[in-house]
Design a protein around this ligand. Structure first.
Ligand SMILES: [Zn+2]
Length: 407
């Protein structure tokens, strides 16, 4: 990933500070100004959006987290014939952003700042601009009259595992809302994405037995056993890379396996008792992560007899950390066709990062992903999006309006 360009290194731009010529500009500014870092409440933003939508006659439903500190907002702009439930289009965006802690920002991250041909701010790419653009089009949609309902689905806690949206999806299912499809505005460079990989993460905890390092046979070395399992995972990753299966529509066209964190041991002269590591499998929709995990666990269990010969309390245990299914919407589906018409292309692609898309998809709401900006700028200090991407998002929304409104 490229290091972000420090703004201070840029030549002063005469256009710096000028508001970009965008219908959604004030909405982008407003949404970015709410600090909706996942650990914070998002209610101020939700209330603001709700007021905006209700003032235009939208019907809003909130679903809360257990502490009532955060909420999802599901809003419906009814069709002209009063239809609120069937055949509508969902515009979906998460409201939370990742932390800016410890990141070297050159602007206030919670103030959308135009400099040259870019706008800087936390969430300008991931992913407040898409939501802002949708909101900016509400008056036009209503003025023209809707042939089918348009819904907004704004969620909390996406960045910490797509937590919040699950309640929103349950709720709309219970209430009999049956949309034609959903557009998730995660950053894809405004390219149409019809699939993303699934992801499952685990923690492996190896408990060995401590001993003086001059007496290694009296100990069980948890670090070494953990490393053998990590190596097994690495070989699994190599096998996918070299032998597939492959789907070349993906940026990384095969299932990947990766160990991201490892911790073990206390001193060189002690046989380490404990070691733990976190690993994930990002899989193509047709690879079964549970089957792969079963292989890993079976491999790990081979070590247990020799561990138990030395220490009966030794163990290897796995905890599931996170799980997000993959999805693959057929390129010929109605929603994919609509997406193609709205961004004026017949191309579509598939991505390796997870999103709420699969959760909508699994709830039988066909889903695509298309939004301004690029995932490489997400989560970075000096997160930016080009004004051109924002303009392309507005063009997309304008064509969508043509297709959901009566002539
Ligand atoms: Zn996102």
């Amino acid at each position: 990933m490229n290091a972000p360009t420090p703004l201070t290194a840029m030549r002063p731009d005469p256009a710096a500070g000028a508001a970009p010529d965008l219908l959604a500009w004030e909405f982008i500014r407003t949404l970015v100004a709410f600090d909706t870092t996942s650990r914070e409440s998002n209610l101020a933003l939700i209330d603001w959006v709700r007021e905006h939508l209700e003032s235009h006659g939208a019907e809003c439903t909130l679903t809360f987290d257990d502490e009532k500190r955060k909420a999802n907002l599901f809003a419906t702009l009814p069709a002209r014939d009063g239809n609120r439930t069937t055949g509508g289009i969902v515009l979906s965006g998460h409201t939370d952003v990742v932390p800016v802690d410890g990141q070297p920002w050159d602007t206030n991250p919670f103030e959308a700042t135009p400099i040259g041909d870019k706008v800087y701010g936390r969430g300008v790419t991931d992913m407040k601009s898409f939501t802002a653009t949708g909101l900016a089009f509400v008056p036009e949609l209503l003025r023209r009259g809707l042939a089918r309902p348009v819904h907004f689905a704004l969620s909390y806690d996406e960045e910490i595992g797509c937590i919040g949206v699950r309640r929103l999806i349950d709720d709309i299912g219970r209430r009999g809302v049956r949309p034609l499809g959903c557009i998730v505005g995660e950053p894809t460079g405004m390219e149409l994405v019809v699939a993303h990989k699934g992801k499952k993460g685990w923690r492996c905890r190896v408990r060995g037995h401590e001993a003086h390092s001059s007496l290694t046979p009296l100990g069980v070395n948890a670090v070494q056993i953990a490393c053998e399992i990590v190596t097994y995972l690495t070989n699994m990753a190599r096998a996918f890379r070299d032998h597939g299966p492959r789907d070349d529509a993906y940026d990384v066209p095969y299932t990947t396996v990766h160990t991201g964190v490892i911790r073990g041991g206390t001193a060189l002269n002690i046989v380490p008792r404990d070691c733990q590591f976190d690993f994930e499998i990002r899989h193509l929709p047709f690879d079964d992560p549970d089957e792969l995990f079963a292989e890993v666990r079976a491999y790990a269990q081979r070590f247990l007899p020799e561990m138990h010969e030395v220490a009966t309390g030794a163990f290897i245990e796995f905890d599931l950390l996170s799980s997000l299914p993959g999805f693959d919407t057929h390129g010929e589906s109605d929603i994919a066709q609509l997406g193609q018409a709205c961004n004026g292309t017949h191309d579509h692609r598939k991505v390796s990062f997870g999103a709420e898309a699969s959760l909508f998809h699994n709830a039988t709401i066909p889903t695509i992903i298309c939004g301004p900006g690029h995932i490489a700028q997400a989560h970075q200090p000096n997160e930016w999006v080009t004004v051109d991407q924002l303009a392309r998002c507005e063009a997309f929304m304008r064509r969508l309006a043509d297709r959901v409104c009566l002539a």
